[in-house]
Ligand binder design. Structure first.
Ligand code: FAD
Length: 400
C-alpha cells in the first residue's frame, strides 16, 4: 500500500514524486519506458518560472552541470523592430534548455534519493476502484504479466495521451484541434553562433534558436498547423529556404554549422482536462497540454508538481483527507493555466497582427520596463491579465 502512485516518471511525474517523497510519503513511480531516456518531440526550453522551481528544489546546479548553459539574453525580431529584454521578478534570472535525458534524469534521481520507488516497464491500463474512489492501478509488465498496486491517491503524469485521464473519465474543455495549432519543424546543430535566445516573428511564421546541452543548438521554424507541410525528403530544403528568405543572418550562421540530428516536428491538439476526482489527480500534459509555440509545457509541469504535491501532502496529513485537499486544485491550476493556454492557442494561429497589436509593439519600443514585462508573459512571471490589463496598456501608450 503506497501513499501515492505516480504514473509517468518524466518532468511532471518525477517532480511530483520528488516533492512528496521529500515530505516523507511512500511514493511509487511507474513508467512504461526505460528511464532516463530522451524525448524527441520537445525543444526543451524551460522559462524563468520553471528555472526558479528547479533552483528552489536545489536541482538547478545539477541541471546546469549536465553541460547546459543558463540563457540570459532574449531577442524578438519583428523585422523593423527588435525587442531585447528579460522577464522581471525571477530568482535565477535565466532560462534553460536541457535535453530531456538530462532534465528528467536529475528530477528522477532526486525523487529516488528522497525515497520514491521506481518500476519501469509497467504500462498502466486501468485504475482500481472501491465504489467511486480510485484506490490503485492495474497494468502490464513487458513480459505480458499483470501488475497491480494500491495507494491513497493516483497521480496521472502520463502525458498528453494520458490513459489515466481516460480511465477516470476526466472531462476535457478549452480544446483546440492540432490543425488550429502550430506545426513545428526543427533539428539540432553544432557550430552555430547564437546571440542568446533568438525569436523571429514573420508573416505566418515564428523562427527560433537557442542553445541546449553540449554546445548544440536547437533551431526551428513554426508555421500554422493547417498550412502545407514539407515531405520528409524535402524538410532540409524547406527549412533552409524559409531561413534564407525570412532570416538571412541566421541562415548564414546555420549554413556555417552542421546539422547533427534528424528533422523532427509535429503538431498537437491542445486542451485542459478535469484536474482531480476521488482518489486521483492529473499533472503536466495529462492535465493541460499547450501549444509548443510558447514553450510552456515543462514550466507548467513543474508548477503543477508543486501545487498538486502541496495539496496531496496536506490531504495525507489531515483528517479531511486527500479528496478535500484536492477539491480546489483545478481552480488554482486553471487560474494560471487557462489564460496561458488561450494565449498559446491564439499565438499558434500565426495570424497577421491586428492594428492594435502593431500599435502595441510600436509603443513598446524603447520602453525597457514594459518590454521586460512582455517577456514575462513567456517567462510566466507576468500573467496575460496583468500585461493586457487596460491600466497597463494605458501606461504603455502614455509613455510612448
Ligand atoms: C514539438 C514540441 C516541442 C515542445 N517544446 C517544448 C519546449 O521547448 N519547452 C517546453 O516547456 N515544452 C515543450 N513541449 C511540451 C513538453 O514536451 C511537454 O509539456 C512535457 O513533456 C510534459 O511533460 P509530462 O511529464 O507531463 O509528460 P511526458 O514528458 O509526455 O511524460 C509522460 C511519461 O508517461 C509515460 N507514460 C505514458 N503512458 C503511460 C502508460 N500507459 N503507462 C505508464 N507510463 C506511461 C511515458 O513513458 C512518459 O515517460 C514541446 C512539445 C512538442 C510536441
Amino acid at each position: 500500500m503506497y501513499d501515492v502512485i505516480v504514473v509517468g516518471g518524466r518532468c511532471a511525474g518525477a517532480a511530483t514524486a520528488l516533492l512528496l517523497a521529500r515530505q516523507g510519503h511512500k511514493v511509487l513511480i511507474v513508467d512504461q519506458a526505460q528511464l532516463p531516456s530522451d524525448v524527441r518531440l520537445s525543444t526543451h526550453l524551460i522559462w524563468h518560472a520553471g528555472v526558479d522551481q528547479l533552483q528552489k528544489w536545489g536541482l538547478l546546479d545539477a541541471v546546469v552541470a549536465t553541460n547546459c548553459p543558463l540563457l540570459t539574453g532574449f531577442s524578438l525580431d519583428m523585422g523593423e523592430l527588435v525587442l531585447r529584454g528579460t522577464p522581471p521578478g525571477t530568482q535565477a534570472e535565466a532560462a534553460l534548455a536541457p535535453r530531456r535525458l538530462a532534465l528528467d534524469k536529475v528530477l528522477l534521481d532526486a525523487a529516488l534519493e528522497a525515497g520514491a520507488e521506481l518500476r519501469q516497464g509497467v504500462t498502466f491500463e486501468d485504475v482500481i476502484r472501491e465504489g467511486e474512489r480510485v484506490t490503485g492501478i492495474r497494468g502490464r509488465l513487458a513480459d505480458g504479466s499483470g501488475f497491480t498496486a494500491h495507494a491513497k491517491v493516483v497521480v496521472g503524469a502520463d502525458g498528453t495521451h494520458s490513459r489515466v485521464a481516460r480511465a477516470v473519465g476526466a472531462e476535457v474543455y478549452n480544446e483546440s484541434p492540432k490543425e488550429a495549432g502550430s506545426f513545428n519543424l526543427y533539428s539540432y546543430f553544432t557550430g552555430v553562433e547564437l546571440d542568446g535566445v533568438e525569436f523571429y516573428s514573420r508573416p505566418e511564421r515564428m523562427i527560433y534558436a537557442w542553445e541546449t546541452n553540449d554546445g548544440r543548438t536547437v533551431i526551428g521554424v513554426i508555421q500554422p498547423g493547417n498550412a502545407p507541410r514539407p515531405a520528409r525528403q524535402d524538410m532540409e530544403a524547406h527549412f533552409l529556404q524559409e531561413l534564407s528568405t525570412l532570416t538571412p543572418g541566421l541562415a548564414a550562421r546555420v549554413k556555417a554549422g552542421q546539422r547533427d540530428d534528424e528533422w523532427l516536428g509535429g503538431a498537437i491538439g491542445t486542451f485542459c482536462r478535469q484536474a482531480a476526482g476521488p482518489g486521483w489527480c492529473l499533472v503536466g500534459d495529462a492535465g493541460v497540454t499547450m501549444d509548443p509555440i510558447t514553450a510552456a509545457g515543462i514550466t507548467n509541469a513543474l508548477r503543477d508538481a508543486e501545487l498538486a504535491s502541496t495539496l496531496i501532502h496536506q490531504g495525507l496529513s489531515t483528517p479531511q483527507g486527500v479528496d478535500a485537499a484536492l477539491a480546489d486544485y483545478q481552480a488554482r491550476r486553471d487560474a494560471i493555466a487557462v489564460p496561458l493556454l488561450g494565449f498559446a492557442q491564439e499565438m499558434a494561429k500565426l495570424a497577421p497582427p491586428t492594428e492594435d497589436i502593431i500599435k502595441l509593439f510600436m509603443a513598446l519600443a524603447g520602453n525597457q520596463k514594459q518590454i521586460d514585462r512582455y517577456y514575462g508573459l513567456f517567462g510566466q512571471t507576468v500573467t496575460p491579465a496583468e500585461f493586457f490589463d487596460p491600466a497597463n496598456m494605458a501606461e504603455i501608450f502614455a509613455a510612448a
